[in-house]
Design a protein around this ligand. Sequence first.
Ligand code: IPE
Ligand code: IPE
Ligand code: MG
Length: 236
Amino acid sequence: MNKIPEHVAIIMDGNGRWAKSRGWPRIKGHEAGAESIKVVLREARKLGIKYLTLYAFSVENWNRPSLEIKALMQLLATFLKKEEKELHDNQTRLRVIGRVSDLPKNVQKELKRVMEATSHYTEAQLVLSLSYGGRTEIANAARQIAEKVKAGELDPADITEDTVASHLYAPDIPDPELLIRTSGEMRVSNFLLWQISYSEIYVTDVLWPDFREAELNEAIDNYASRNRRFGGVDGK
Ligand code: IPE
Ligand code: IPE
Ligand code: MG
């Protein structure tokens, strides 16, 4: 019960199915999902989780119908405006990982504003993954490292795991101990590929709009019962 992870990452999936099961348009599911973000952020703070990383929009999600993308971007801008207070109340710093420059200008502006307004909070961080792809992130790191080699600043013989890790989007954030995926899909969908190498994975059939305080607590309790060996053996 007292083993609280420092960093929890969540693949928030199932908004569309949640809406469909009610005969509603998919965007209604995304709206209900935004409410779950608020509730889960608050509960994570209560539990003492320091970093909460949420998969909100993947690089692959640009392949969705343009109307859904438009609605999601609009929802994101509204969410940032409405939930800034929530971040202040929870003394939480907003961060973003992903290809932020892909996002509409108004969303970029909102993100920048809220990130600046919350940049002084050191207790907790909400990390939104937007236009995020794990392979894109690793390829970016490789490119930056190659540029340093080309400029003569780095010897290829000195490239280690730490070199790669330090060129990811948010190198100061520790790897997540726990990765949660809602809606029952048993896949990682290009999320945090480098960072989850030893994360505990928890998949629940609950759809994201139904994932609230009790569901987060269940995931954390399940995590607390895990035996993490990191390739070693028990008790050593
Ligand atoms: C997750 O819900 C939200 C995003 C990917 C933006 P989905 O929209 O993927 O919902 P399902 O998987 O179709 O039910
Ligand atoms: C993963 O959900 C991406 C986000 C939650 C933002 P998807 O619904 O896009 O993933 P797939 O298509 O089921 O792999
Ligand atoms: Mg989905």
